[in-house]
Design a protein around this ligand. Structure first.
Ligand SMILES: *Cc1c(COP(=O)(O)O)cnc(C)c1O
Length: 376
């Protein structure tokens, strides 16, 4: 790879954050402690004051949310086939069964017009995903969930910084019975290297959430302890929380810069024949990713290789998950979700991160045009 290789994403971590991490390392307390508490408080302020607990991954928050919602063996949970596989894996992890609902080809998010018909008597929850940081319609989502008595667990791994009708994702929508899961994986818009956070609805016991996060342990003032529930090992470290605290003040400028870059992509690429551009939401989405769909029939492997040869990193997020072996073994098959399958086969993730220059966009777009004309 040449020195000026442009990856599809790169975190922006400033020197003040690096210094804060060093301070934690020197402090003598490097696992969960005051930095985690401060990070949770800062996230809570972003989420309208709702209770927030930090975790060591977004996946862990989804699993604990399902447990807190009382989802387990014999239950079904509705979600989308077009997401990072973690969204569906956690449903299996708690012993429940995923019901997949195809995506809306315009938003690429779960098609809410198909959800009602997919709900069964054993359906307890729905996990919508804000793919690429484009929010699922919160009004329609909660209208269905509240009417049908479903818990919502918003997989907002990609949508921190996005909003719905001006209200930040993470806030309460509908009757306020929704959980919100964030991921701070290195590629997300705000990172702690690895990490996550769970926003809790008002009727959920925060103490139980904390016990599910750490071995089920309940501590008493006299120094005694008890374990009354099976918890995991999901706590975030102060080292990671210090990174998150350093990132949060930049979230708004990160998001604004991503929107600017997306706008430039949308205007520069609109004339490329056969390329389907992502929905042009420049106000509410946080542009976690910029994902055109390649012209039908394009060999994606060759496209990625051609871009790489021109110094441009391209990602794939994601193939439809029901076609993975684990899910085929559950009975899912090709043709089940045609929209997700088509998008999953054609999608590419072009470079988009706050530190990119305007000239980088021009570079990506000329590489894309050159690569496509070579292939067709
Ligand atoms: C990243 C991601 C997750 C999982 O987050 P981790 O922190 O990697 O566990 C879940 N769902 C979606 C949609 C994601 O993008």
């Amino acid at each position: 790879m040449s020195l000026d290789f442009l990856p599809f994403t790169r975190p922006s971590i400033d020197e003040a954050t690096i210094a804060e991490v060093a301070n934690v390392l020197r402090s003598g307390w490097i696992t969960s402690g005051p930095k985690v508490q401060a990070f949770e408080a800062a996230l809570s302020a972003h989420c309208g004051g709702r209770p927030v607990r930090a975790f060591n991954s977004g996946t862990a928050t989804l699993e604990v949310a399902l447990r807190l919602a009382g989802v387990g063996a014999g239950d079904t949970v509705i979600t989308t086939p077009l997401t990072w596989v973690a969204t569906a894996n956690v449903i299996l992890e708690v012993g429940a069964t995923p019901i997949l609902v195809d995506v809306d080809p315009l938003t690429r998010n779960i098609d809410l017009s198909k959800v009602d018909a997919a709900i069964r008597p054993d359906t307890k929850a729905i996990i919508p995903v804000d793919l690429a940081g484009l929010p699922v319609d919160r009004d329609r989502l909660y209208a269905i969930a509240d009417r049908r008595g479903l818990r919502v667990i918003e997989d907002a791994a990609q949508s921190l910084g996005a909003s719905w009708n001006g209200t930040p994702i993470g806030s309460a929508f509908g009757a306020g019975r929704g959980f919100v899961s964030f991921s701070f994986h290195a590629n997300k818009n705000l990172t702690t290297s690895e990490g996550g956070a769970l926003v809790l609805p008002a009727d959920i016991d925060t103490g139980l959430c904390e016990r599910l996060r750490l071995q089920g342990v309940r501590r008493f003032p006299d120094g005694g302890m008890d374990v009354d529930v099976l918890g995991g090992k999901f706590n975030l470290t102060d080292i990671a929380a210090a990174i998150g605290l350093g990132q949060l003040p930049h979230l708004a400028t990160f998001t604004a810069r991503r929107r600017e870059l997306a706008r430039t992509y949308l205007t520069t690429l609109q004339a490329v024949p056969g390329l389907d551009l992502p929905p042009a939401d420049l106000n509410q989405g946080n542009w976690h990713m910029f994902q055109p769909l390649l012209p039908p029939g394009t060999d994606r492997g060759q496209f990625i290789a051609g871009m790489k040869a021109r110094g441009i990193g391209v990602g794939v997020h994601y193939p439809a998950l029901h076609l993975f072996s684990l899910y085929r073994a559950l009975g899912f098959k090709e043709g089940d979700f045609p929209q997700a399958e088509d998008i999953g086969r054609r999608t590419i993730t072009l470079p988009l991160f706050p530190a990119m220059q305007d000239s980088d966009i021009e570079r990506v777009c000329s590489a894309l045009r050159a690569t496509l004309s070579e292939l067709t």
